[in-house]
Design a protein around this ligand. Structure first.
Ligand SMILES: Cc1cc2nc3c(=O)[nH]c(=O)nc-3n(C[C@H](O)[C@H](O)[C@H](O)COP(=O)(O)OP(=O)(O)OC[C@H]3O[C@@H](n4cnc5c(N)ncnc54)[C@H](O)[C@@H]3O)c2cc1C
Length: 396
């Protein structure tokens, strides 16, 4: 059996891992000319955590986790206004939470792949044709691959989705925010952040900027701000300077390092909602079909778990027509719950007014007391935190 997977992100690499172990020949095509960089910090918990444990990769994922004690919030001038200690979050997740760079999780998955997975960079899918007994995938290189299954794991702006299911506008729900991230090296900023392991979050109504010292003089940033326009501005760097340029504390020094795209990651915050994301011999996976957005904080986790479910369904009867349908049916309810929760949590993560910022600070103070941690439960956990029925027979 042969699979073509479009996208060497977390979803694509996780599925490649499972399929290779099940004896498939796997070709992964990736648009980027080389392995992507570290990206941004993610909290990894819930179904994806369970899935990497089942894959036997939890020790390697743990090795790449960062020591983050929590979030420390500051106002526009740098005054500390509140803290979210990760101990509270850990308690809510029974200690099964890791904080890491997205790229580090991708690295672990990539390094675990064997020789039967071929990865072709600077390559995408040009056309897809369903044929009797196979799917014909024309690549941008001109090559035509005859496969049993094509999987679009190519993110929110999926090319496979556009080719097989239709235009992005039909499926993309814009949530009213833009987000950005980049890494930079600056001994002075790193020195000011010191050895503390809290992520510093500078925020004003409708916008927040996070800075974290990754190690040595390297720092990671993440930004999220309200924006009525969904489309990404032509000059993303300029937009970032416009929104955050007036804020104080370390931010002017941090912004001085802002690179142009593509080293600057900048995108709209959106969810992908589809009635159905499989066709005979074609399936979407990860953000391409189930993006929950950074506001829900479990996109990477859900992507790894969904890859596990798709692999399990393919292993059940080896039927690339029926298995994707069963995979979709198992994953869809959890995705919808998580998406609803993400939309509800938006105002918690980026409060729109000073009053709401103050309210959140008060809740954070309460949550720091162990017996009152439960006040955070509605925003930090949802019923979608587990995907049931992952089959242990697939573990190594
Ligand atoms: C700022 C931020 C914070 C986040 N925080 C968290 C968090 O705390 N916890 C969490 O679980 N999730 C978090 N997420 C979400 C998480 O990063 C995504 O859900 C996850 O990366 C999705 O993985 P994916 O493999 O489906 O898609 P992607 O990571 O988007 O990977 C898609 C891959 O496909 C490639 N590609 C794209 N287009 C094409 C094409 N046309 N042809 C070939 N290849 C293509 C891309 O280069 C990429 O390698 C966060 C996201 C953001 C932006």
């Amino acid at each position: 059996m042969k699979a073509v997977i479009c996208g060497a992100g977390i979803a694509g690499l996780a599925l490649a891992w499972w399929l290779e172990r099940a004896g498939w020949e796997v070709l992964v095509v990736e648009r980027a000319p080389e392995r992507r960089g570290a990206g941004y910090m993610i909290d990894f918990f819930g179904p994806g955590y369970d899935a990497v444990e089942r894959m036997g990769l939890l020790p390697r994922v743990r090795e790449r986790a960062r020591d983050v004690a929590g979030l420390r919030y500051r106002d526009g001038g740098g005054r500390v206004t509140g803290r979210l200690p990760y101990a509270a979050f850990q308690r809510l997740q029974d200690g099964r939470v890791l904080t890491m760079m997205r790229g580090d999780l991708e690295d672990v998955l990539f390094e675990a792949l064997g020789p039967r997975v071929e990865i072709r960079h600077a390559t995408s899918v040009e056309a897809v044709a369903e044929a009797a007994g196979h799917v014909a995938v024309t690549l941008t290189s001109g090559a035509v691959e005859r496969a049993d299954l094509l999987v679009g794991a190519d993110g929110v702006h999926s090319r496979v989705r556009a080719l097989v299911f239709g235009r992005e506008e039909r499926f993309l729900r814009y949530l009213g925010y833009h987000t950005a991230a980049y890494l930079f090296t600056d001994p002075e900023v790193a020195g000011c952040l010191g050895e503390r392991t809290e992520m510093e979050m500078l925020e004003v109504p409708g916008a927040q900027a996070g800075v974290y010292r990754l190690g040595g003089d390297v720092c990671a940033t993440v930004f999220a701000h309200r924006s009525p326009a969904g489309s990404v501005p032509e000059d993303a760097r300029e937009r970032l300077l416009e929104v955050y340029g007036g804020l104080g504390w370390l931010l002017p020094d941090v912004l001085a390092h802002c690179p142009p795209s593509p080293r600057l990651y900048y995108d709209e915050v959106a969810q992908i909602e589809m009635e159905s994301w499989t066709r005979p011999r074609v399936a979407l996976l990860g953000d391409a079909c189930q993006a929950v957005s950074l506001l829900a904080g479990q996109g990477a986790s859900m992507a790894v778990a969904a890859a596990c479910v798709l692999a399990e369904e393919l292993a059940r009867d080896g039927d690339p027509v029926a298995a994707p349908l069963r995979y979709e049916a198992r994953v869809a309810p959890a995705v919808r719950r998580k998406q609803r929760a993400g939309r509800r949590a938006a105002d918690w993560f980026v409060p729109a007014t000073r009053g709401r910022l103050r309210l959140r600070s008060a809740l954070l103070r309460m949550a720091a007391v162990p017996s009152l941690t439960w006040v955070l439960k509605p925003v930090l956990t949802t019923p979608a935190d587990r995907l049931s029925g992952l089959d242990p027979r697939l573990s190594r």
